[in-house]
Design a protein around this ligand. Sequence first.
Ligand SMILES: [Zn+2]
Length: 214
Amino acid sequence: MNIILIGAPGSGKGTQSRMFIEKYNFVQLSTGDLLRAAIAQKTELGLMAQSYMDQGKLVPDEVMIGLVDGYMTSQAGKSVIFDGFPRTVAQADSLNAMLNKRASKIDKVVYFKINPQILVKRLTGRRTCSKCGEIYHIETKPSSKGHLCEKCGGSLTQRPDDREEVISERLAQFEKSTGPTIEFYRKNGSLAEIDSEQDPEVVFKQITKILDLA
Ligand SMILES: [Zn+2]
């Protein structure tokens, strides 16, 4: 099963992703990680990506799709969560074409709906463990160990892009690029919307139902 999670930064995608990885053995595809790995390993696609970046250009969609294709091969048989990709209609189109060739498809696209004011609150209070990536919140999910992670003792930090001044810019950016992508999946019938202002456990159950896992 291949699913896409779409939602503004802070809509709870990351938390749900982790829950599905833990409980249903999904793997998560992060194009950022794929790109970094390809560049570090100097693969053909990695070198291509590097040459664009050296010229200060964006890595073209074909290169990204090639990386995703390679990932799908390496994870064959596993259920994949796409998080943060595709961002644009062009990418969604190319992704469909690539999956088609593999006799595969996107089974469901889950859109995390949330009120922007709640997002700002969520994001500015968010703290992430610098060691294991566990996510906390100063109001709704504080660590019992203060500024240290409950799980591994790592220090909790605020991501630079979670600062208030950066957030409104990020949200505007999200609307602009992702709005049309959401419409794309709504039209092809794979979109499911969830109210992500609810408790994460409730959201998890709803997505489980949407995916027919329970
Ligand atoms: Zn930790």
